[in-house]
Design a binder for this molecule. Structure first.
Ligand code: DAV
Length: 366
């Protein structure tokens, strides 16, 4: 029996990873959590249905290309089993006209040491997405006697989980920024809700973004579930749509983080990094002015990279400024053509979920 699952951070040498799949992906119908997310001027407002087959094919091509890059470097790659995401779903508490996709895995699976936990997402359309990963979880469970297969408490996602009329068609960008600064988000605090991509793992410390997809009750839950870790709530006031930490605050190796210059970590939250001699560098500008068509995410997927080890990083092939900066920061850069997978939920970090990285749980902030 082998050790299959082990990962404490985003930079130790990567040996095994899950890469998502675009098959059967939907643009989900509006629901209380997602209507808040789609900008008023987005082409995607009010749209739902199967994503065009050509884009699915192309997205999968990008992901297969990433798989090849990883396998060529000796990384073992696992893939989820997509469901028919166009099915309507229901629980005792809600109904939704469809699910979404099994991209990106980073939002659903959180690996901490020998445990992989399925998250407590606030989107109803993502409620059953974990099922795509269950065959892999069973395999790890059979093959690794130490593997902890966990599901976080499932949120009920009744109407009480969301603020109603939070979103107003007339709201300006400035008003949105005021809401972010006031930590006023669409979810309420009736239950813990969180996306795994809001959690940045750094050994003994977990830095968790409080935003549209993760609430304060989740932070409290994390601290009680992992009493031996330090849980830090972080906020990035410059972000009008704070969803996931991995296009905002991205560690490259111990002591070095790139931070989105439009979403700076506030002074008081920088103290712990500065006290431990970590360098927080402003990320390079994205190479694009616009995200690709039918994409929810911002152009800042430019910094959503996959670190293979403290000296090696995969960066999207068209993101030339980010590549150049990585190079100057002493990283060997592997470019990967992935932009056409962005519409399915994200960049290189998003599209993957850690299974095994060498290394132990260290205290980087003693
Ligand atoms: O900048 O739109 C995308 C993060 C996806 N995991 C952004 C955040």
């Amino acid at each position: 029996m082998a050790k299959i699952v082990n990962s404490w951070n985003d930079w130790d040498p990567l040996k095994r990873v899950i890469v998502g799949r675009c098959d059967n992906s939907m643009i989900p119908p509006e629901e209380p959590a997602t209507s808040e997310k789609v900008p008023v001027d987005s082409e995607m407002r009010g749209m739902w249905g199967l994503r065009p087959a050509k884009t699915v094919e192309r997205g999968n091509e990008c992901l297969d290309n990433l798989v090849k890059i990883l396998e060529d470097r000796g990384v073992v790659v696992d893939r989820p089993t997509p469901l028919q995401w166009n099915q309507a779903i229901g629980t005792p508490d809600f109904r939704n006209d469809s699910m979404m996709t099994c991209m990106p895995p980073r939002d659903i699976l959180l690996t901490i040491g020998n445990e992989i936990m399925a998250s407590a997402n606030s989107f109803r359309c993502r409620y059953f997405e974990y099922l795509a990963y269950w065959p892999l979880m069973k395999q790890y469970f059979d093959e690794d006697p130490d593997f902890l297969w966990t599901q976080a408490p499932r949120p009920r996602l009744t109407d009480a989980s969301y603020k109603h009329n939070y979103y107003d068609e007339k709201i300006t960008l400035e008003e949105r920024l005021v809401r972010t600064a006031n930590k006023d988000f669409v979810t309420t605090e009736v239950e813990p809700m969180w996306d795994a991509a809001d959690v940045m793992r750094m050994g003994k410390d977990l830095f968790i973004q409080h935003g549209l997809t993760t609430n304060r009750t989740a932070m409290d839950w994390f601290q009680r579930y992992y009493p031996e870790y330090r849980v830090h709530a972080v906020n990035f006031p410059g972000d009008p749509y704070p969803i996931h930490i991995d296009a905002t605050f991205v560690p490259l190796r111990p002591g070095l983080i790139i931070n989105n210059p439009h979403r700076k970590l506030p002074e008081e939250q920088r103290a712990i990094f500065e006290a431990n001699d970590w360098q927080i560098v402003e990320a390079a500008d994205p190479a694009h002015d616009e995200p690709p068509a039918l994409c929810y995410s911002s152009v800042w997927l430019s910094m959503n990279c996959l670190v293979l080890d403290p000296k090696t990083v995969i960066v999207e092939a068209s993101e030339v400024h980010q590549q150049e900066q990585m190079d100057k920061l002493g990283m060997n850069v592997i470019p990967c053509d992935l932009r056409d997978a962005y519409p399915f939920g994200g960049g290189l970090h998003c599209s993957t979920a850690d299974v095994y990285r060498e290394g132990d749980c260290l205290d980087y902030f003693p």
